[in-house]
Design a protein around this ligand. Structure first.
Ligand SMILES: [Zn+2]
Length: 94
């Protein structure tokens, strides 16, 4: 069973997504790191080919949409919006 974050806060100026989990732990993940780790099929294929996904430090989250009760669809300022980030994956960020 997937654990949902208790709160999701986007700090746009700092480029940080802060997730607080029900156990009280908090993860602060930079937008650039999220972009670099995009789990969409195209980005995964690129990484499998040995090419890193480029993520400028200036990249910002443009939209955050819940997908059912299991994931967030994150759209970025570089126009990329295909990444579905399961909470299970987000929970692995410290
Ligand atoms: Zn992607």
């Amino acid at each position: 069973m997937t654990t949902l974050p208790a709160t999701i806060e986007n700090h746009a100026a700092q480029g940080v997504l802060a997730l607080r989990w029900p156990d009280g732990s908090e993860a602060r993940i930079t937008h650039a790191r999220l972009r670099a780790l995009c789990p969409c099929s195209a980005c995964r294929a690129q990484r499998r080919a040995g090419i890193e996904v480029e993520a400028d430090n200036a990249v910002r989250l443009a939209a955050i949409e819940p997908v059912g009760a299991y994931a967030l669809n994150l759209a970025f300022s570089d126009g990329h919006r295909r990444g579905i980030y399961p909470y299970e994956m987000l929970a692995t960020f410290a």
